[in-house]
Ligand binder design. Structure first.
Ligand SMILES: Cc1ncc(COP(=O)(O)O)c(C=O)c1O
Length: 402
């Protein structure tokens, strides 16, 4: 089937003239990287989230790597990660030498819960250095319950909030403000709520962790606290102007001024983005609620965690493919033929061949049940209300054999 209506991807950035002007201004300036646009973005992100410190970086993967590194995660440590997440939540801790312990998730929300975390902690035994709840689709895991369990286990918390910028926790505080987690990580990838092209941020209330991340994103280069005075200082006692020391081997994870300028401009639009995403999600909810019962038995919105106020990065439905009589690839193909993109978030990490090889097969029925049914539908700021109706109509039609 062909369609003359525009294709609806599952996610897409929204770029306006102000965004373009912000990038152009940097291109005309003296600083393409390590310049004032980076500082301005960090200040704006800290203000928007209420975080004492915001450290930006090259992408959300780098943000996770910096966060785990700042906590000192390394060989001998265990890190608990929900199985339903993007690769980076686990792979960055693995790269640092930690063992990953996969927690199961609620089958209807894909979020780590107090029960699934407790079960993972019981399996892990001692040595859990960090717990990394993921606010999947923009819904927050229950951070009050997770915080209590983490404290009891002596573990730090890295909140993977790559989907959750613009959301609020149960007390109405912005995600990223540091109410529970020691560190909170964000991605500025174009399908996320604010786009920098590539980009990431870590927020924290802990100045020492922020400082460690600033060093790690910049080769571990320090221009203070020199340990080799014979090389550091000139005869007059002043520091040699070219001199720096490597505190430890590290990486170049800097965000450029070009990306930072786009990110700042997008951040100014965040309240509008969040309002539109919430309106689109509410329209999906209402449309699905109005479907006949035999259709709702086959396709329905994913569950609600009931914790906090999401900014909805993804709109996920749960489909009983067996009852529908088609598998997920066929449904995705038929939606595509209607000009509708869809995606799966995610193949659970305990099913990834690499992790199976590392840790053997795991029994995580919640993650498997989510994976068997989940499909992310188009959700982006530029969508029209009618686009939502079109997506729901298409799914309705599939259920009715049309
Ligand atoms: C939950 C989650 N964590 C981490 C990342 C990594 O972010 P980035 O793509 O910016 O490296 C992503 C992005 O796909 C993500 O969805």
């Amino acid at each position: 089937m062909s369609t003359d209506r525009p294709f609806l991807p599952y996610g897409r950035q929204s770029i306006d003239d102000a965004d373009v002007d912000a990038v152009a201004a940097v291109l005309r300036s003296d600083w393409l990287t390590t310049g004032p646009a980076v500082d301005a973005f960090e200040a704006a992100f800290a203000t928007a989230t209420g975080a004492p410190h915001a450290v930006c970086c090259a992408n959300g993967t780098a943000a996770l790597h910096m966060a785990y590194h700042a906590l000192g995660v390394g060989p001998g440590d265990k890190v608990v990660v929900p199985s339903v997440t993007f690769l980076a939540t686990a792979s960055t801790a693995h790269l640092l030498g930690a063992e990953i312990v996969f927690a199961d998730v609620d089958p209807d929300t894909a979020l780590m819960t107090a029960d699934t975390l407790q079960a993972a902690l019981d399996r892990a035994g001692s040595g859990v250095a960090a717990i990394a709840p993921v606010h999947l689709a923009g819904q927050m895991a229950d951070m009050d319950a997770i915080g209590t369990l983490a404290r009891a286990a002596g573990a730090s918390i890295v909140e993977d909030a790559c989907h959750a910028v613009g959301g609020l926790d149960a007390a109405g505080r912005a995600v990223g403000g540091g109410a529970t987690g020691d560190l909170m990580t964000f991605s500025l990838h174009p399908v996320k709520t604010i786009a920098a092209g590539e980009g990431g941020v870590v927020t924290t209330a802990d100045g020492a962790l922020a400082e460690r991340m600033r060093l790690f994103r910049n080769h571990g280069m320090s221009r203070n606290d020199f340990t080799a005075p014979d090389q550091a200082f000139a005869a007059d006692g002043e520091a040699n102007p070219w001199y720096y020391e490597m505190t430890e081997p590290a990486l170049n994870y800097r965000l450029s001024d070009i990306h930072a300028a786009l990110a700042t401009s997008q951040l100014a639009r965040l309240p509008d983005f969040v309002a539109r995403r919430r309106a689109l999600a509410a329209r999906y909810d209402a449309a699905f609620a109005s479907l006949p019962a035999h259709v709702s038995a086959v396709v329905r919105p994913s569950g609600r965690s009931g914790y906090g106020y999401p900014a909805w990065h993804l709109y996920v439905v749960l489909i009983d493919f067996e009852a529908l009589g088609r598998d997920r690839a066929a449904v995705m193909g038929e939606l595509r033929a209607h000009g509708i993109g869809s995606q799966v978030h995610y193949l659970p990490l305990h099913r990834q061949p690499f992790f199976r090889q590392q840790y053997g097969r795991s029994d995580l029925p919640g993650a498997d049940a989510w994976y068997a049914r989940a499909l992310s539908l188009p959700l982006f700021v530029g969508m029209q209300d009618e686009d939502v109706d079109r997506v729901v109509d298409a799914l309705h039609g599939l259920c009715e054999g049309r």
